[in-house]
Design a protein around this ligand. Structure first.
Ligand code: ADP
Ligand code: MG
Ligand code: MG
Length: 209
């Protein structure tokens, strides 16, 4: 298969913008039911990606995704650092010898979400980032089955991510720090579910534009 290069810097920049725009809200979410560091962990990871952006831009997709994963793992810290890191490393493995079309991107993402499930030993309904990621990945797979056009599929994926993120509000947490809070976790959206949704919507919007 021919080399699969894709410029990732517009995506990373757009992710940075959306996280910065929602900084106060994100910080407050992790303060309410976590230890308050999710925003800083994520911003540290994004800064590290921007520092390596020239190197990442030179790489083929598979190598670039692995590099992103390893950079996040080594700089972010927190549960989210190892989870997002493992997600990108897995997507890098999955992207090997794949073309950059909708079907392979959906499969690459699906594999990444699978690695978050495995690493976090968690599934849907546990008030984590997986409540955003799993419905988003499932929506893309459904769109493939339905032969939907890419912009339609991406809008539906955004809706699935937003609904998934919102679903965490009334959940009890069984994984992560919020699991120690019991009923007190109810009424708060999970920080990682929110940032995952913001990032997925930013990625979709870059492709749609
Ligand atoms: P930490 O909890 O170590 O301070 P962060 O605050 O950066 O790390 O990230 C917390 C987020 O990580 C949570 O909001 C949740 O979405 C996600 N998370 C935590 N534990 C798990 C897990 N076991 N599986 C999936 N996601 C998890
Ligand atoms: Mg935290
Ligand atoms: Mg922490």
């Amino acid at each position: 298969m021919s080399s699969t290069r894709i410029s990732l810097s517009p995506f990373i920049q757009s992710i940075k913008d959306t996280i910065d725009r929602h900084a106060d809200e994100i910080a407050q979410l992790d303060q309410a039911i976590g230890d308050g560091d999710h925003l800083i962990n994520l911003q540290r990871g994004i800064e590290a990606l921007l520092k390596n952006i020239d190197e990442i831009e030179q790489m083929e997709l598979a190598a670039a995704l692995s590099k992103i994963g390893m950079t996040l793992m080594s700089t972010m810290g927190g549960a989210s650092g190892s989870l997002f890191g493992s997600m990108f490393v897995t997507m890098g493995k999955q992207a090997k010898d794949k073309s950059v079309d909708f079907a392979s991107m959906a499969d690459i993402f699906q594999a990444g979400v699978g690695s978050v499930k495995a690493r976090g030993k968690a599934d849907i309904g546990e008030k984590t980032m997986l409540d955003t990621l799993i419905p988003a990945a499932a929506s893309l797979q459904q769109s493939l089955v339905n032969h939907e056009a890419l912009p339609v599929a991406l809008e539906q994926m955004k809706t699935a991510a937003i609904e998934g993120m919102e679903s965490t509000k009334e959940m009890l947490a069984t994984k992560g720090r919020a699991s120690f809070l019991g009923e007190r976790a109810r009424g708060h959206i999970d920080a990682g579910a929110r940032t995952s949704q913001l990032m997925l919507c930013a990625i979709a919007d870059v492709i749609i534009e």
